[in-house]
Design a binder for this molecule. Structure first.
Ligand code: UDP
Length: 363
C-alpha cells in the first residue's frame, strides 16, 4: 500500500454520483470508480458524470434493475471479484442504496476498510429498504462520515464507537455550489416559467409510486395547485403511471424527463417551493432557501423539519399546505433567507478525505 492508498469509490445511482463527485475530485488519481449500474438510465447517470467533469467510471458492472436481494447479492459478488483481481486499500460508499450495502459487504469480505459517506441517517422506519441499507452499512464501516450532529448521535445510539465517527457536513453543499447556474433566465424561458411563480415536484419512492391510490392522490393534488407545477419524471414513476392507467391525471401538470443537475438546481433556486419525496432535495432546499413539502411516511432528515421542510402524507394535506404557503410566499421566503443550512459549509469532502488519510495512516 502506498502512503496514500488506492481507493475504490463504488456508486450506482444519481444521488451517489452527485454526493461522491466532490470526494472523487479530491482523491484524484487515487480514486478508482466502480459503477454498479443500479441506475442504468443515461438521464440518471451519464449526464451527472459529465456535469461534474468526472472521467468515465473505471469499471462498469452493469448490474441493472432487478430485485433488491439480487442487486445487493450481485453487487457483493461482482465488486468482491473486482477487488480480488485488482486489490485496493479502502472502499468508499455513500448513502443508503443497494449498491452502498453490496459494495460495503464486498470490501468487508475482502478485509479492506469501508468508509461510509453520509453515515448515521435514520428514518426509524423499518418498512423502508434504505433504512436497512444504511444501518447495516454503518455497522460494517471503519469510518463513518456523519453529515450532522443528529446523525453522529444516531451512530452513537447504534453503539458505533466515537473513534469511528467524524462529523463532516454533507458533500451536497459543495456539489450544489459547484453546479448552481448563475444565469437562470434562459432556463425559465425554456420551460415557459416565471421566477417565483411555479412549483417543482419529484416523486419516485416505492411508498408513493408503487401504490396506485397514493400515486393518484399525489397527481390529483399536484394538478390542483394554483401555480404551474413542473414534474421531472423519474423512470420508475413514468412506468407506474402508465402501468396503473393514471396518465389522464397528468393533465394540468408540466411533465418533463429527468433533467440534468444544473438545470434541476436552477429550477429549484427559482421556484416558489418544492414538493418531493427525495432525500437529497430536502438538503438542497435548505441550501437554496426554498421551502419543501416532503410527501413521505417518515424522514431521515429531521434537521430541516419545521424550518425548510414540512412532512405530509399523500392526499389533501398536500393541497392544504401548498395553498397556505402560496398565500404568503414572500414572508415564507423571507423567513428562510437567513436560516443557515444544517448540512455544513462546503468542506465535507475535504474533511472526509482528511479522515480517510488518517485512517490509512497517510497523515
Ligand atoms: N435531481 C436532478 N434532476 C431531476 C431530479 C432530481 O438532478 O430531474 C437531483 C436532485 O437535485 C437531488 C438528487 O437528484 O440532488 C435526488 O435524487 P433522488 O431523489 O433520486 O434520490 P434521493 O436523494 O431521494 O436518494
Amino acid at each position: 500500500m502506498t502512503a496514500q492508498g488506492r481507493i475504490v469509490v463504488a456508486l450506482g445511482t444519481r444521488p451517489e454520483i452527485i454526493k461522491l463527485a466532490p470526494i472523487i475530485k479530491l482523491l484524484g488519481r487515487r480514486a478508482r470508480v466502480v459503477h454498479t449500474g443500479q441506475h442504468y438510465d443515461a438521464g440518471l447517470s451519464n449526464v451527472f458524470f459529465s456535469a461534474f467533469d468526472l472521467p468515465e467510471p473505471d469499471v462498469q458492472l452493469e448490474i441493472g434493475g432487478t430485485t433488491r436481494a439480487s442487486q445487493i447479492g450481485e453487487t457483493t459478488q461482482r465488486v468482491g471479484e473486482h477487488l480480488l483481481s485488482d486489490p485496493a486499500d479502502a472502499m468508499v460508499v455513500q448513502g443508503d442504496t443497494n449498491t452502498t450495502l453490496g459494495a460495503a459487504l464486498a470490501a468487508n469480505a475482502n478485509e479492506i476498510p469501508v468508509i461510509h459517506i453520509e453515515a448515521g441517517l435514520r428514518s426509524f422506519d423499518r418498512a423502508m429498504p434504505e433504512e436497512h441499507n444504511r444501518v447495516l452499512t454503518d455497522m460494517l464501516s471503519d469510518l463513518c462520515c456523519a453529515p450532522t450532529k443528529v446523525s453522529e448521535q444516531n451512530l452513537l445510539d447504534s453503539a458505533v464507537p466515537t473513534s469511528r465517527i467524524v462529523v463532516t457536513g454533507n458533500t451536497i453543499v459543495e456539489a450544489l455550489q459547484a453546479l448552481l447556474p448563475a444565469e437562470r433566465a434562459g432556463l425559465l424561458e425554456a420551460h415557459n416559467l416565471t421566477a417565483g411563480q411555479f412549483v417543482l415536484a419529484t416523486f419516485h419512492r416505492p411508498e408513493n409510486v408503487d401504490d396506485p391510490e397514493n400515486l393518484a392522490a399525489i397527481l390529483e393534488q399536484l394538478a390542483n395547485i394554483p401555480l404551474p407545477v413542473v414534474l421531472p419524471m423519474h423512470p420508475r414513476t413514468e412506468e407506474r403511471i402508465a402501468g396503473f392507467g393514471l396518465s389522464e391525471l397528468l393533465t394540468g401538470i408540466q411533465t418533463v424527463k429527468p433533467v440534468g443537475y444544473e438545470e434541476f438546481l436552477g429550477l429549484s433556486a427559482e421556484c416558489s417551493f418544492l414538493i418531493s419525496d427525495s432525500g437529497g432535495i430536502q438538503e438542497e432546499a435548505s441550501i437554496l432557501k426554498r421551502p419543501v413539502l416532503v410527501v413521505r411516511r417518515s424522514t431521515e432528515r429531521p434537521e430541516v423539519l419545521g424550518t425548510f421542510a414540512e412532512r405530509v402524507l399523500p392526499g389533501p394535506e398536500i393541497g392544504r399546505v401548498a395553498r397556505g404557503w402560496i398565500d404568503d410566499l414572500s414572508a415564507l421566503h423571507h423567513k428562510l433567507a437567513d436560516l443557515p443550512s444544517p448540512y455544513g459549509d462546503g468542506t465535507a469532502a475535504e474533511k472526509s478525505v482528511a479522515a480517510i488519510n488518517r485512517l490509512l495512516g497517510g497523515g
